[in-house]
Design a binder for this molecule. Structure first.
Ligand code: ROI
Length: 159
């Protein structure tokens, strides 16, 4: 299945390299292929301000894995890249979030899809819109309306 979007974020240990290696690792997993990747974006931290700026990107994947099987793989990559979580909303080496899983919605103790931050976090919405400008996200407004309602703040697209 296509139409599955994953958000990546990092602000420790060479964030651009962290994002690149997570995308490579994702594409190397059986039953997952990366269809398209957004540009990299830089933004100040949401959360405590005394941490480095973040690098973010969004990729579309094609996969036969279920949402929870995919989540297992995302968490495996986080572990392999030595994810450390120093504090709540604090700095991290790599964060992989399942944003959208085609037309599916689900909410349980491990996973909420679409991701609750998609519409309000500029560092998620703008990279997603770059690769999926006409995406219709279950339960949410059109991409055009979502972008109008989400200030771009200090987000910068990197070349
Ligand atoms: N802030 C930015 N700018 N980008 C992120 O990816 C990000 N991720 C997080 C928190 C700590 C909420 N802040 C972030 O998990």
């Amino acid at each position: 299945m296509k139409g599955i979007y994953i958000g990546l974020g990092s602000n420790l240990s060479d964030p651009i390299a962290q994002i690149d290696s997570a995308i490579t690792a994702l594409d190397a997993i059986n039953n997952i292929s990366v269809v398209i990747s957004s540009s990299r974006y830089a933004s100040p931290p949401m959360g405590p301000q005394d941490q480095p700026d973040y690098i973010n990107a969004v990729v579309e994947v094609e996969t036969s894995l279920s949402p929870h099987e995919l989540l297992d793989k995302l968490q495996q990559i986080e572990q392999e890249q030595g994810r450390i979580r120093l504090r709540h909303w604090g700095e991290r080496t790599i964060d992989l979030d399942l944003l959208v899983y085609a037309n599916e919605t689900l909410a349980d103790e491990r996973l909420t899809v679409p991701h609750p931050g998609v519409a309000s976090r500029e560092f998620v919405l703008y990279p997603l819109a770059e690769i999926a400008p006409n995406l219709s996200i279950p339960t949410l407004a059109s991409m055009e309306i979502l972008l109008q309602q989400c200030p771009i703040n200090q987000l910068k697209r990197l070349s």
